[in-house]
Design a protein around this ligand. Structure first.
Ligand SMILES: Nc1ncnc2c1ncn2[C@@H]1O[C@H](COP(=O)(O)OP(=O)(O)OP(=O)(O)O)[C@@H](O)[C@H]1O
Length: 216
């Protein structure tokens, strides 16, 4: 399993610094919450951790190697569950998960098994053959989580993935993220929800793109 280190990270959009000198470690077996109000920089931090944004200063490394780009991050097993779910609307839940696994080189038999297991964990067995565009917002969010979990990442980045869920499903998803950490993944969970953050092993709190507090 792998460790992701954010070291003195500054990210700019145009001239404007959105993250300033942020440092944090995502360690194997640990669930790290990233908290902060809307616009604090949570998504920006997760995108940088996913290899999608270039640092203006500092670095994001996985086991000591600076992430070059998204392809590099994918090859290191960095899985991103994005805030907007990123699903293909005209495919079924089942197809969305399977396509991602097949694209990652998983064999068809394994992909089918992992997809079924993952959808079941999110309570979506009955919706497996439903088109994403015909699912509720919460079901779509759970399908996106199922896809992310099925990838068996070494670093798992979850961006506000409980925002559309009811209390029961929110609890279920937090337990699934804890299980990912027990499996040995380094899990990072951006959330507004203080209760969800309290269930994590560590917390990084962002205020205007700066790390205000680091717990754990
Ligand atoms: N592509 C972009 N171009 C310019 N500014 C951007 C871009 N994306 C985000 N920002 C700005 O960066 C800041 C941080 O945004 P970010 O999405 O990281 O915050 P967040 O903490 O995830 O917020 P939320 O909880 O609302 O999702 C905001 O001020 C936002 O306006």
């Amino acid at each position: 399993m792998k460790t992701l280190v954010v070291d003195g990270l500054t990210v700019r959009y145009d001239d404007h610094a959105v993250l300033t000198d942020v440092s944090v470690v995502a360690a194997p077996g640990q669930l790290l919450a990233v908290t902060g109000t809307s616009g604090a920089g949570k998504t920006t931090l997760l995108w940088a951790m996913a290899g999608l944004l270039k640092p203006a200063a500092g670095a994001v490394t996985v086991d000591g190697a600076a992430l070059r780009d998204r392809d590099h991050a994918v090859s290191e097993g960095v899985v991103l569950m994005p805030q907007d779910n990123g699903l293909a609307a005209i495919l079924t839940a089942n197809e969305n998960v399977q396509v991602a696994l097949l694209a990652g080189g998983v064999t068809p038999n394994d992909a089918a098994q992992r997809t079924a297991d993952s959808l079941e964990k999110l309570g979506l067995t009955g919706q497996a053959e439903q088109l994403v565009e015909e699912m509720s917002g919460g079901q779509q969010q759970r399908a996106s989580i199922a896809r992310g979990l099925a990838m068996h990442g070494t670093i798992v980045l979850a961006d506000e993935i409980t925002s559309e869920l009811d209390a029961q499903n929110r609890q279920r998803v937090i337990e699934l993220l804890q299980a990912e950490a027990r499996r040995g993944a380094a899990v990072v969970f951006a959330t507004h929800d203080p209760e969800a953050a309290a269930a994590c092993d560590a917390e990084l709190h962002l205020v205007d793109g700066r790390a205000e507090l680091v717990r754990g």
